[in-house]
Design a protein around this ligand. Structure first.
Ligand code: PLP
Length: 352
């Protein structure tokens, strides 16, 4: 991407503003007495020490994560879920009612919701019927006012990875930001992530999260990887203490011993193949889409009716039947061995 200039892409008010400078930004060394932030010096009102503001830049966490991902700490941004990163990207780059974003349905709903909040017009180009990215069509039809493009890989709700070559072709000719949402990347074959490409593309942003493979959805930690110029813009406009102390501590300990996560991923992948194999034998299952995620999109006869009957039996899946290209489709998360067995048994009865 020649001639890429982030300062031309960012909103002028964001470029010009001076960020809030917190006590923890202005003094970052070690001292024995901290009387600079109006905290409660006596302690906390519950067991544990939460009386101090957390590290605004989550530095130990960024160093550890960067090491794990093979990138530099200054290429990592942490947010209150990846949803925060999506929100900040709109705030930073899309002038309301002027700049546009581009999405490829069927895909994750937050890209559209955040656009609506920010009054950003959204262009849609459908994925191909096999859920691959229609690259040539995209490059031909893209509106010059598009600043952000969201590619979800593996895609939610379809489950498939988007071909790296397709993404790279777009990165090479699109002047705005290409945001590749990799929430499910840990369930995909090794080497599928675009995170290792950020040094090569100044317009690439990769989103990942602790909400899925790491099993930490309740802690709310998402991340964006990009070259440091983009990371600096996100830092500039985030809430000063956007990631709380408990989350920073818990995730740091998860990163120090990732073996439990790896074990869980292996088990989910094993359960995923069992689930698929079992579903293939069911009457009324018309198509099981190939998946690189911890869920499967399944095309069944009378999906909405099946969905409702499953609810009656206390089993909740996601009915995606009203979504483009997902007619009569249920999105099913891979559960525990017992949960999957019960699901299969129930589906067997309902689809008879
Ligand atoms: C679950 C999911 C996320 C995760 O969002 P968090 O805010 O990090 O919990 C992001 N993108 C997609 C496509 C998802 O399905």
């Amino acid at each position: 991407m020649a001639n890429f200039n982030i300062e031309k892409l960012v909103r002028p008010n964001v470029l010009a503003m001076k960020p809030y400078s917190s006590a923890r930004d202005e003094f970052t060394g070690e001292a024995s007495i901290y009387l600079d932030a109006n905290e409660n010096s006596l302690g906390s009102s519950i067991d544990g020490n939460y009386n101090r503001y957390p590290d605004p830049l989550q530095t130990p966490l960024r160093i550890k994560l960067a090491e794990l991902k093979g990138i530099k700490p200054e290429q990592v941004f942490f947010g209150n879920g990846s949803d925060e990163a999506i929100d900040l990207l709109y705030r930073a780059f899309c002038e309301p009612l002027k700049d546009r974003s581009l999405i490829f349905p069927p895909t994750y709903g937050m890209y559209q919701v955040q656009a609506n909040i920010h009054n950003t017009p959204v262009d849609e180009i459908l994925l191909n019927p096999d859920y691959t990215l229609p690259v040539d069509k995209i490059l031909k039809e893209i509106n010059p006012q598009v600043k952000l493009m969201f590619i979800c890989s593996p895609n939610n709700p379809t489950g498939n990875l988007i071909d790296k070559k397709s993404i790279i072709k777009i990165l090479n000719s699109f002047q705005g930001l290409v945001i590749v949402d990799e929430a499910y990347i840990d369930f995909a074959p090794k080497g599928s992530s675009m995170a290792t490409e950020i040094d090569n593309y100044p317009n690439l942003v990769v989103l990942q999260t602790f909400s899925k493979a790491w099993g930490l959805a309740g802690l709310r930690l998402g991340m964006a990887f990009a070259q440091k110029e983009i990371i600096h813009i996100l830092r500039k406009i985030k809430y000063p203490y956007n990631v709380n102390e408990l989350t920073q501590q818990c995730v740091l300990s998860a990163l120090k011993s990732p073996s439990k996560k790896e074990k869980m991923v292996a088990e989910i992948l094993e359960q995923r193949s069992i689930l698929i194999k079992e579903m293939q034998t069911l009457e009324g299952v018309l198509k099981i889409h190939p998946t690189d995620a911890n869920f499967v999109l399944v095309n069944v006869k009378n999906a909405t009716e099946i969905y409702k009957k499953l609810v009656d039996k206390g089993i909740i899946v996601r009915n995606r039947s009203n979504v483009a290209l997902c007619n009569n489709s249920l999105r099913i998360t891979v559960g525990t061995a017992d949960e999957n067995k019960l699901l299969i048994q129930t589906l067997k009865e309902l689809l008879k």
